[in-house]
Design a protein around this ligand. Structure first.
Ligand SMILES: [Zn+2]
Length: 209
């Protein structure tokens, strides 16, 4: 096997789902593809989240086991005071944009707000350096503000979020008393509407809408 094939197949293994015993649980962080009865699925396992979702149906039934869609947010609820803390900073910076990361430490189980050092910012854009993470820390929520503009995902935001694996939160309307917000979960190309309810990080399903 070529070194390229070895690297790709080692990084993205394909697992067949047994019809009676399923498949071995993920022990390491990474991406696996799963051949199931209905077609091809993808599992992303990170210290703070595990997601199992269908990629595409098979045109014929396959002789494998069934899977069901799963999202397991392993980091627990986010302390809502960190979001309030960011909103306070964003309001103070408005109309300029601001950006930060809400970080969870998988080893010590703490959360913190990590401000991103700003290179340049205006009312319509922000350029920043990534927050420095300590050992065990993971960016769970990428948060930025739109200053006085309402919260929505712009084309720049789509470009920034492409390929990332984190929640993306945008807040705005800081010229008003009640800020606006928009949130989504980005998982290496998969984008799902999301929300925070009493700190719980939730995927918004069609039933919720
Ligand atoms: Zn934005």
């Amino acid at each position: 096997m070529s070194s390229v094939d070895k690297a790709i197949l080692g990084t993205f293994p394909l697992v067949a789902v047994g019809p009676t015993e399923g498949y071995p649980p993920a022990v390491e962080s990474g991406i696996r593809y799963l051949a199931a009865a209905e077609g091809l699925w993808r599992e992303i396992n990170l210290p703070w989240i595990r997601i199992l979702h269908p990629l595409g149906p098979s045109t014929l039934p396959l002789p494998y086991g069934h899977l069901k869609y799963e999202v397991d947010v392993k980091c627990g609820p986010v302390p809502v005071e960190l979001i309030r803390e960011f909103n306070a900073v964003a309001r103070a910076c408005a109309p300029q944009e601001n950006a930060a990361a809400i970080v969870w430490n998988a080893v010590e189980d703490y959360w913190r707000l990590a401000q991103r050092p700003v290179i340049s910012a205006s009312a319509d854009h922000i350029e920043f350096r990534e927050a420095t993470l300590l050992p065990g820390e993971h960016i769970v929520i990428d948060v930025h503000s739109h200053g006085h503009h309402p919260a929505f995902f712009s084309r720049d935001d789509d470009r920034d979020d492409a390929g990332t694996m984190r929640f993306s939160l945008v807040v705005g309307s800081f010229n008003k008393e009640q800020p606006t917000s928009a949130m989504r979960l980005c998982m290496a190309g998969l984008v799902l509407p999301a929300r925070v309810r009493d700190g719980e990080l939730q995927i918004v399903t069609k039933e919720d809408a």
